[in-house]
Ligand binder design. Structure first.
Ligand SMILES: C[S@@+](CC[C@H](N)C(=O)[O-])C[C@H]1O[C@@H](n2cnc3c(N)ncnc32)[C@H](O)[C@@H]1O
Length: 228
């Protein structure tokens, strides 16, 4: 069962002093992520002290930029989305997601992080995530954000790959978007089923749910200070 968690719980897992909780975010507009979702994603990345972050689904690059702005200068952020060629091959299977993919192509030259000082931390990959070769990332990613295709085939494949690339020897996190999104009931059901095997949390008032691997001891009881 996925346990509900108030968002402030993940914020307070980041230790005081309060300046540890200062973040930079792009103020949202129509097509950009909700500020609370951005805040909890950044908090999760800070909790696992992410140095490597893999995003499934670049879209217009705002969340990629939000993450890049808040990870240390040496951090590496990878983001994967279709290019037009790979999209053409599978578009018939992606009718529900076509609006976001087409907008992604429209933004090809104006993704949020392009021309920003954070761009150098970000590596873009192009192609269908179902076909992407993840072998170079195996066991190396501190945080994965599964926010690509919502069809069950892609969701299962992205989730499987997220588990595969997760770091094995220190705290790491997988976050999923669109949990309880009424437009994607299959996604909610899939994550509910996954939570039978993995201890997962849903951050209330958001569509984010997450799993922490090698959870910093007692983190979710907030008994420890995780940053000095
Ligand atoms: C909801 S948007 C991502 C939003 C972004 N992560 C954010 O927070 O701003 C989903 C993106 O996933 C991409 N996508 C869907 N299926 C995909 C697939 N099989 N391979 C790669 N990208 C895919 C779409 O083109 C779209 O840009």
């Amino acid at each position: 069962m996925i346990k509900g968690l108030r968002p402030h719980k993940v914020f307070t897992m980041i230790t005081t002093p309060l300046h540890r909780r200062i973040v930079k975010v792009v103020l949202p507009e129509l097509h950009t992520p909700k500020i609370l979702e951005t805040a909890v994603l950044i908090a999760l990345a800070k909790i696992v002290k992410a140095r490597t972050f893999f995003e499934f689904g670049t879209y217009i690059g705002v969340q990629t930029l939000n993450i890049a702005m808040n990870l240390p200068p040496s951090a590496k952020i990878y983001t994967l989305d279709f290019d037009e060629e790979s999209y053409k091959k599978v578009r018939h299977q992606h009718e529900k997601d076509s609006v976001v993919s087409l907008r992604h192509f429209e933004y090809e030259d104006k993704l949020a992080f392009l021309k920003s000082p954070y761009c150098k931390k970000i590596t873009r990959f192009y192609g269908d995530s179902n076909e992407f070769d993840f072998s170079e990332f195996e066991g190396k990613i501190d945080m994965a954000y599964v926010d690509g295709g919502h069809d069950l085939r892609t969701l299962k494949s992205d989730t499987q790959n997220a588990f595969r690339i997760m770091a094995s020897d220190h705290p790491a996190c997988i976050a999923w978007h669109d949990y309880k999104n009424p437009d994607h009931p299959q996604l909610t059901q899939f994550l509910d089923e996954l939570s039978v095997e993995y201890s997962m949390y849903h951050l209330e008032e958001t569509m984010i749910c997450f799993y922490l691997k090698n959870e910093p001891k007692n983190t979710l009881n907030m008994k420890i200070r995780i940053e000095k």
